[in-house]
Design a protein around this ligand. Sequence first.
Ligand SMILES: *Cc1c(COP(=O)(O)O)cnc(C)c1O
Length: 404
Amino acid sequence: MFKINDNYLKLPGSYLFSTIAKKVTAYKESNPNNKVISLGIGDVTQPLAPAIIEAMHKAVDEMADASTFRGYAPDLGYEFLRRAIADNDYKSRGVELALDEIFISDGAKSDSGNIVDIFAQNNKIAVTDPVYPVYVDSNAMAGKTGDYLKDRECWSNVVYMPCTAENNFVPELPSDTPDIIYICCPNNPTGTALKKSDLQKWVDYANEKKAVIIYDAAYEAYISEEDVPHSIYECEGAKTCAIEMRSFSKNAGFTGTRLGFTVIPKELTCDGTSLNGLWARRHGTKFNGAPYIIQRAGEAVYSKEGREQTGKQIAYYMNNAKEIRNALEGMGYTVFGGVNAPYIWLKTPDGMKSWDFFDVLLEKANVVGTPGSGFGPSGEGYFRLTAFGSAESTKEALERIKKL
Ligand SMILES: *Cc1c(COP(=O)(O)O)cnc(C)c1O
């Protein structure tokens, strides 16, 4: 008789965004005349840039001709893309990577789920709290997080590192030593970013404790401050303790197109075994790479036109972020983020619970945001708004919030 993976039964109710979608659908059904604006979900809205579309069209034509047709992509991804990444994302910042330390994939979310496979069952993970829910969920599905404690809304075998206004959203080194440390920087949902000196402390700690850092740099392109590193490998010693994940989703609009990559330096070892080798094996047998057409699209992001065009999109979103920040501050809200990330993280007014504020915003302003508590226990009392809407709808949403 077959058996299911009963770790799935331990997962709490439903994924945060499914709960939000259900609430919004119900509201729209009973109020069909009210126009709801979403400043909630972390998805881009600007279309793919012309340089990217052009590269895709060209690649499509190549697929129609026997002399240029491509079948299965190479395990690690096409060299043209890995080279563009090594040169533009790393070499330009003083980081030398070998091309076989870069693994092309269909996105950082897939890689976050798959990376769990190369680690033993009895590792203890640590996450900043609040954070992107995928890290904990993926480990929970693999049975690595212990039991879900309903009353505290957390897992028994996870080290939560609170990031709140009190510590400026910089996690403190935990007293309970973890084996695998997830750091998302710039952070989703708080929008805050670690300065190089703060990140260096984590790298030193991981090397000392023989822990590994999984560093999610999906929002790297939004960094505007000088002292915030774009890659963890800008910190000394990071190659022996850190895996870095990146995505083309938020910097170039590939959320629906799917493209990302993971870097595992060869120096990163566990008792003499290279993690790069393990991940290469996994990639080779359960390839979750991206199609040729999409990898060509990714290459185009690094062209002169590609960089200019995607740079304009980021500037557009960050202008929204600035508008949201300024407007909310003007209304008396306490606001964080929005400087190195497209997320604005605010304190709910009058110490309201995150979900109560969600309901008020939906019902009174017809604006959808994301309750902070959905990203972890320390997110309670906070709320996330995103800068991914159009400038017009963002402005309208802010006017409605002002009237609350
Ligand atoms: C959106 C996002 C990603 C991107 O994932 P993809 O699968 O590449 O679309 C990764 N990490 C974080 C924290 C995100 O918010």
